[in-house]
Write a protein that binds this ligand. Sequence first.
Ligand SMILES: Cc1cc2nc3c(=O)[nH]c(=O)nc-3n(C[C@H](O)[C@H](O)[C@H](O)COP(=O)(O)O)c2cc1C
Length: 169
Amino acid sequence: MTSIEEVIRTRRTHKSFRPEPVPAEVVRELVDVARWAPNHHRTNPWRFRVLGPTALARLKEASGADAPKLDRAPTLIVVSAMLTGDLIQDEEDVCATAAAVYALLLAAHARGLAGYWRTPKVLRARAGRDAVGIPTGERVLGLVHLGRPRGAPAAPERADVETVLEFLA
Ligand SMILES: Cc1cc2nc3c(=O)[nH]c(=O)nc-3n(C[C@H](O)[C@H](O)[C@H](O)COP(=O)(O)O)c2cc1C
């Protein structure tokens, strides 16, 4: 059993994938893990939409020249947070959904899958949101790319602990 710490340290953003899609039952397992992310007031704000061929075609059409980038990974999941209009609640729900995306990426990595959290411009535009059925009142956090890895990306640099940690008196 791999430790959670090792899973966290070894997860990488992959941009190159094998062509086989992630089976639906595995996607279900990943979302089943993701929904255990911390979530103030238990609002369950996260929504996960797995693109099928028709939705992907619509999103590519809305993407214009960026459409080829949507062919990188065999499985694409739009993750969004449902908002209420209450600013504090919405901020917390966006944070909770980001935590859920990370949990999903870690669960995928623990299963030997490659993942990539991407925030394509098209999902900020009305046409892109419509293409994947995002209603007004949902905030898209990203388009998660999943699949079997091709190659192994190097770890990018991180700021060291001393740079980011301060013990206050
Ligand atoms: C909220 C968020 C949005 C991201 N959007 C993009 C993106 O649009 N394009 C991209 O190349 N990487 C994107 N990334 C991935 C980061 O570039 C990546 O995590 C970073 O380079 C560190 O690499 P690592 O994930 O392998 O540690 C995003 C990551 C996060 C957390």
